[in-house]
Design a protein around this ligand. Structure first.
Ligand SMILES: [Zn+2]
Ligand SMILES: [Zn+2]
Length: 394
C-alpha cells in the first residue's frame, strides 16, 4: 500500500517536472524547427540537446558509433537500463515536416523528468541521439555498431495524425536500377538502337501488373531518375529508384525477387543491359513490445488522451526503430498533433510541428514516457514481463 502511494507520488512528480520544463522544451523544439538540418548534419540540434542534458546532470558521449551527430546521454548506474531515443533530422526542402524537432525535445524532457524515479528507486536512463532517420536509417547503423548492447528496453514517440500505442512498420529495402541501351538517331536509324527508356517503362508496366497479385499490406513504389537526354536520340541510359516493403522479412525476400524479375524480363525484351543494386541498409519489420505499449497507453490515457493499442487505420511505412525493436524490447507509439487529413511529410505538417498542438503532443508524450520509466523501475516484475514477451516472440 505504502509502496503504491510512493509510485503514485513519483508519477505525479515526473509529470509536474515536465510541466515545469514546458517552456524550455517548447523553446528547444522550436529552435530545432527553425534550424532544419539534414541527416548526419544535425550539428546544431545535437549541440542544443546535449547541452540541455548536461545542464540537467546527464553525462554525455558525443559521436558514438563513429557518427558525428549521434550521442548518448546517461544518468544512473543500475538496472534496468531504459533508453529513450531522439530523432532530429529534417527533410530536404520541407524542413521539419516529420516533426522530429518534437521527438527530440520529448526525449530529453522525458529523460530529465525520469531522474526523479532513478534517484529514488535505481535503474538508469539513457537518451540515445539517433541521426538521419529519413535519409539513411541511422539506427540501423547504430544497431549494427552495438549502440543498444547494454539497453534493456528502448522507447520513442513520433508525432502523427492519429494516436496508437503499437505501430505497424514494414520491412523495406531500396533498389537502384539502370538500363544501358544503344544511342542512335531516333528517326533516321531507329532499327539500330536499343531504347533504355522503353526497357524502364516496360519494367514499370510489369510491376503495375504484379501489384494486383501481392499481399495488400505490401508496397512497391518507384521513380525514374534518368529517362534520356533528348527526344531525337534513342535513350541510351535510364535509371530508377524503387522501394519494396512487406509485413515480414520472408515476404519481402519473395517480393524482391518478383520485382527484380520485372526488370530482368524488360531487359530481355528490349536487349538493354540491366544493372541493379539492392541497398545494403534494410529496414526490419517493427516488433512492438505489447507489455511496454500497454503501459505507455495507460499512461497516455491517464492524461486524457485516447490511445488505442493498435489503430485499425494504422499505416506508417517503415522506420529504422524497427531494427532496434528486433534487438531489444521497444515501442514507437504515434501521437496525434494534427487531424487525419493532414499529410505527414507535407508543408502543413511542418507548420503543425511548430504549433501549440505540436507542443501539446510533445508534452503529453514526454509525460507518458517518464511515467512508463517510473513503472519500469518501480516494478521489477514488469521489466521481467517485458523481457519475457520479447524472448517468446523471437
Ligand atoms: Zn518521416
Ligand atoms: Zn519521422
Amino acid at each position: 500500500m505504502g509502496e503504491n502511494l510512493n509510485i503514485e507520488r513519483l508519477r505525479a512528480s515526473v509529470t509536474n517536472e515536465i510541466d515545469a520544463q514546458r517552456h524550455q522544451l517548447s523553446e528547444l523544439s522550436l529552435k530545432i524547427h527553425a534550424n532544419p538540418e539534414l541527416g548526419f548534419h544535425e550539428v546544431k540540434a545535437t549541440a542544443w540537446l546535449t547541452q540541455y542534458l548536461e545542464e540537467n546532470g546527464f553525462s554525455i558521449e558525443r559521436g558514438i558509433c563513429e557518427l558525428p551527430t549521434a550521442f548518448r546521454g546517461s544518468y544512473g548506474q543500475g538496472k534496468p537500463t531504459i533508453a529513450i531515443l531522439a530523432e532530429y533530422d529534417a527533410l530536404p526542402g520541407l524542413g521539419h515536416a516529420c516533426g522530429h524537432n518534437l521527438i527530440a525535445a520529448c526525449a530529453v524532457g522525458a529523460a530529465v523528468a525520469s531522474k526523479l524515479a532513478i534517484d529514488q528507486l535505481g535503474g538508469s536512463i539513457l537518451v540515445i541521439g539517433t541521426p538521419s532517420e529519413e535519409i539513411y536509417g541511422g539506427k540501423i547503423i547504430m544497431a549494427d555498431r552495438g549502440a543498444f548492447n547494454n539497453v534493456d528496453m528502448a522507447m520513442m514517440v513520433h508525432p502523427w495524425v492519429y494516436n496508437t500505442a503499437a505501430t505497424q512498420g514494414l520491412a523495406m529495402q531500396n533498389l537502384e536500377v539502370e538500363f544501358f541501351g544503344k544511342a542512335v538517331h531516333a528517326a533516321a536509324r531507329p532499327e539500330a538502337g536499343i531504347n533504355a527508356l522503353e526497357a524502364m517503362l516496360n519494367s514499370f508496366a510489369a510491376i503495375n501488373s504484379l501489384r494486383q497479385h501481392i499481399k495488400s499490406t505490401a508496397r512497391i513504389h518507384g521513380i525514374i531518375t534518368d529517362g534520356g537526354q533528348a527526344a531525337s536520340i534513342v535513350p541510351t541510359h535510364s535509371a530508377a529508384n524503387f522501394m519494396v516493403r512487406a509485413e515480414d522479412d520472408a515476404y519481402l525476400d519473395e517480393l524482391k525477387q518478383k520485382v527484380l524479375n520485372c526488370f530482368i524480363g524488360a531487359a530481355t525484351a528490349s536487349g538493354a543491359r540491366l544493372e541493379y543494386k539492392w541497398d545494403e541498409v534494410r529496414c526490419a519489420p517493427m516488433r512492438n513490445n505489447l507489455t511496454l505499449a500497454r503501459l505507455f497507453r495507460q499512461n497516455m490515457q491517464s492524461l486524457g488522451r485516447r490511445m488505442p493499442l493498435f489503430n485499425p487505420i494504422s499505416a506508417f511505412g517503415s522506420t529504422d526503430m524497427a531494427n532496434v525493436s528486433q534487438l531489444v524490447p521497444g515501442i514507437h507509439p504515434l501521437v496525434a498533433i494534427a487531424p487525419k487529413d493532414v499529410l505527414v511529410h507535407s508543408p502543413q505538417f511542418a507548420e503543425v510541428a511548430a504549433s501549440e498542438a505540436g507542443i501539446r503532443g510533445l508534452v503529453d508524450a514526454a509525460k507518458a514516457l517518464a511515467m512508463t520509466a517510473v513503472d519500469l523501475v518501480a516494478n521489477p516484475e514488469i521489466a521481467v514481463k517485458v523481457k519475457k514477451e520479447f524472448k517468446q516472440n523471437k
